[in-house]
Write a new protein. Structure first.
Lengths: 346, 346
DNA sequence: CTGTTAGCGCATTCAT
DNA sequence: ATGAATGCGCTAACAG
């Protein structure tokens, strides 16, 4: 691989001049600049990002560290991030913590070691409360690496964040189930330590209380935000008293799992059990009955996170901001008790 | 951030000794080694990967560069790669070329600039034939960065590759449609320049020929391996003569698109049009009728690719090898003409 | 406007 | 077995 010195020699200038030209400094005579560009092109020169980064102590890589790479919600985000990043000359790489704090810690260590320029993260949220002094998340914050949280709160730190109004959205969905006349509405939510799971559960609770009902804890299950977890939780609900006549699942994968369980057991939707899901579900339009869902603006979440990251990089001292994006409620047949026979779609 | 010098000073040894200890050289006195480890821990020292990589001209990052991050086939792969990588102390980052040669080129440039230790790629295949002398793919090969292709052939170069027997699998699927008595079997395949699309189409052709039929090019569509493409292709097929009574779609997303089109138009499956898909389809078990598919061992594809990469890194001169993994044929109701009324599932 | 010099943090010679 | 010196490729002071 040719270096800046090879280019300099060929162009008969000094290495610094080459560096200036290649970094777009305007202070170089056009004749020299042209020679440098020609030489670089002739040698097929590519800057060594490692050397540059070591010198500047900063790369042009962003990491998007998500908690489940197999969840389309997270991969859909990435497009939005990429579009903004590309404009600003950053490359974005995706890392998968798999809801596993150890894997998350490993990736954060790598992000730190590689001096990446910014991080967009949906945290597992056990990292920061870890007692280990060298907890990588702690270091990430200490090193003030530009950081934006998505989807969930980062516990123990105030950072830029982009989410939706989970409580409100969940409340609307549950309101709908209530107004449809379902009386034993269950909720399958995510891990207790994840804000998203808490807030969506809280919305469910509020809706029930607002309608003058008790919240029956026997109708609540904490699962893992995955398909298998949703499946198991649904099975467990069906096996116990009171038997739910509707279920609100707080993410896409658990919704799919719950649906599979219902189908496996021959439970009719929505006649026996109404279903409302959170997030878009893959191949949603092919599922019968059509599924009622709350959807999030995934692309915009990615875009917004990237824009916040850019602002944070530009001004590290600016106060952390929170972007709350709108959700959409899509009522379809799976939650329509009273009109269960019409096969409405939107 | 503390450096190796800070650790050295605290441990009252030389920087080289610190380096040796931290890199597990056995030639250091245990007493000194202990002091060094204590000092490093006390200072919360983390090696600067940039400096190390610059020195060794090599990082411990692998890139997985896929052509569509929203295709679960590719994200499912990543798990397999990660598991192998972690064992070998590599971190893996995922990049998305989006079937766009320009984006692919940008990422390859970044991979080169960051001196990543290895690459697993599903190439867009326009990069290498690009006329530009500085085509990054060309450089990637020239720089002999350890490289493994997945899913598709890398045109113009012989590299390690892991795939399935696409031709054979497609032939089996089409054979099945033939034996079910479908007579106007269409094929929706991917871009012409992608080997996977070519091979799956070839398998379709062979099956038709083997059954003594002509291959009617009016029943073939080249789409983009995406949902929208599959949808459009299906619509186009339905709008022209001869009207197909079955369709074989050569990947998961196009299968979903085709199904959506059929549902939109009220075409009954499989009574009016039988459907056979390639790859697992998201939420497949919820789709009615159950979908016949050929499935690939995604996790193993990832694992195998990672293992080949490891071997390539260990011995750059070893001849390129090709791993061909087995597919599975799952016949379900969507392709059963003769028994269209039974709602069999497996 | 351009060239010379120095140093980012580390691993690796080479001495001892 | 350990330490001193060197340079990976680049950018940024500083001179000129």
């Amino acid at each position: 691989m040719p270096t800046i010195y090879d280019v300099a020699r060929l162009a008969k200038v000094s290495p610094s001049t080459v560096s200036r030209v290649l970094n777009g400094k305007l202070t170089v005579d056009e004749a020299l600049a042209k020679r440098v560009r020609k030489a670089a092109s002739d040698l097929d020169y590519r800057p060594n990002a490692l050397a540059r980064s070591l010198r500047r102590s900063q790369t042009n890589l962003w990491a998007v560290l998500v908690s489940d790479i197999n969840n389309p919600f997270f991969t859909a985000l990435v497009r939005g991030v990429e579009d903004v990043a590309q404009q600003a000359k950053y490359s974005v790489v995706l890392c998968n913590s798999d809801e596993n704090p150890d894997k998350e810690a490993d990736y954060i260590a790598a992000i730190l070691a590689e001096q990446m320029a910014g991080v967009i993260i949906s945290p597992t949220n056990r990292s920061i409360s870890s007692s280990s002094r060298s907890a990588p998340m702690r270091q990430l914050l200490a090193a003030s690496v530009p950081l934006v949280a998505i989807d969930r709160q980062l516990r123990g730190a105030t950072v830029d964040i982009v989410t939706v109004d989970n409580t409100h959205a969940a409340q609307l969905a549950t309101d709908h189930l209530v107004s449809e006349g379902f009386s034993r509405i269950a909720c399958i939510t995510g891990p207790r330590d994840i804000s998203t799971a808490q807030q969506r559960l809280e919305g469910y609770r509020r809706a029930l209380r607002a309608s003058g009902r008790d919240v029956d804890s026997r109708l609540i299950r904490y699962a893992d935000f995955r398909e298998a977890g949703g499946h198991a939780a649904m099975g467990d609900l069906l096996d116990h008293t009171p038997r739910p006549d509707a279920v609100f699942a707080t993410n896409n994968l658990m919704t799919v799992g719950a649906l599979e369980c219902l189908v496996d057991r021959g439970v009719s939707i929505p006649a026996d059990v109404g279903v409302f899901g959170f997030d878009d579900v893959p191949s949603a339009t092919l599922i019968r009955p059509p599924l009622s869902t709350i959807t999030q603006p995934t692309y915009d979440i990615g875009r917004t996170a990237a824009e916040l990251l850019l602002q944070r990089i530009a001004d590290p001292s600016r106060p952390p901001s929170r972007a709350v994006l709108p959700t959409e409620l899509h009522v379809r047949a799976s939650s329509l008790k009273r009109r269960a026979n019409t096969s409405s779609r939107d």
